[in-house]
Design a protein around this ligand. Sequence first.
Ligand code: ATP
Ligand code: MG
Length: 427
Amino acid sequence: MEAIRAPRGTKDIMPEESWKWAYVLKVCRDVADDFGYREVQLPIFEHTELFCRGIGDTTDVVEKEMYTFTDRGGRSITLRPELTASMVRAYLEHDLRNQTQPVKLWSAGPMFRYERPQKGRYRQFWQVDVEALGVQDPLVDLEVIGLSLELYRRLGLSNLEVVLNSVGCPKCRPEHRKALTDYLMPRLEQLCETCQGRFSRNPLRILDCKNPSCKELTEEAPAMTDHLCDECREHFDALLRGLDAVGAKVSLDKRLVRGLDYYTKTAYEILSGDLGAQNAVCGGGRYDHLAEAIGGPFVPGVGFASGIERIVITMESQGCSFGEAPNCQVFLVSADQDLEVRLAVAGVLKELRSLGVRADMDYSGKSFKAQMKLASQKDVPWVCIIGRSELEKSVAAIKDMGRGNQEEAPLSTVAEVIFRKIAGEVR
Ligand code: ATP
Ligand code: MG
């Protein structure tokens, strides 16, 4: 029988990598804390309706990528493909309108999309998601973009490009839509099949097509930013001035769209020059009419989501630091293999651990020499050796693996002595 393997598009995060994830998530948490965003944990599955209405029926995510199933109670359930719709649902469900606005929330966890797996693209992947709900002030857009940039700065990422656009609002979009369809009409035949379908349903999304010939055809297409109403223009200008003032380098990209009626004004992405084809580390923007789309009142909002896998891949290719790996600090070696010696070793091990020292011992019956070899393989800075002769004198040997010198300490205080040595080290 063939051994069962993990489903296509999923990825085991093994110990060699998981500590890097923990580091990235810790930095996410620190930045969110510093910016006053509070963490929420939301369900991994929701009513399918939430995403159809909250993301939009004509998006790739909803049309092609959702993991949808009927549960035993006959309800249509979907594994969340993203977090924004759930965030807004939770905001409404918990009456957060009664709190000071904006309500600033963040969360991180796995998302699910049925996509063609490739480097940086999985069927289960993690996002960190940040949302500010309840106000339309462009300074909040500025804060959200600033938060994502600060996150990447702290993670040490370089070679990033911020691309920005305004997708207007339901007031100014019809005029642009008209100009766009007038422009596209005579070129309709030359567009790809998908875009021909988009033409009547959601022409804005044609600008987003990755097909080279569609890209070329829409090169000169009317830009949304040339059709913004006064309110959207003012909002966009304020954001641009703000970004300029904080020294953020952004490029405007009229092709960047969210393509749905409830997405408004700001749309942005952060691209990494070191990711290859899947080059977006972050996507975000404003969605002032999403709450209404899912049956709530008017609640404006702005936020972003960033893929953890893509952050880790970019950090690795740029040689960024993931902090210190949680390596063992002290390895305890039994110089003799009898139970009394090994119990003494286990006793010191327990004391070290209760002092918060990362310590370990061998449980596989290795010889003294093999245990010492293991300690140097693990690159452990300190080794504590106890054998029959040490037990007779009630002492333990402490070996400084860096310098190679060895000293003795009373068995009753050896854990404390090692603890102080480690605490005194400047690392
Ligand atoms: P893409 O253009 O790469 O498909 P997207 O526009 O679908 O991205 P968003 O929905 O904006 O992505 O999600 C925000 C971020 O989540 C992306 O910038 C990316 O870092 C990450 N992401 C999205 N889909 C995947 C996936 N299938 N696997 C890994 N990360 C992903
Ligand atoms: Mg996608």
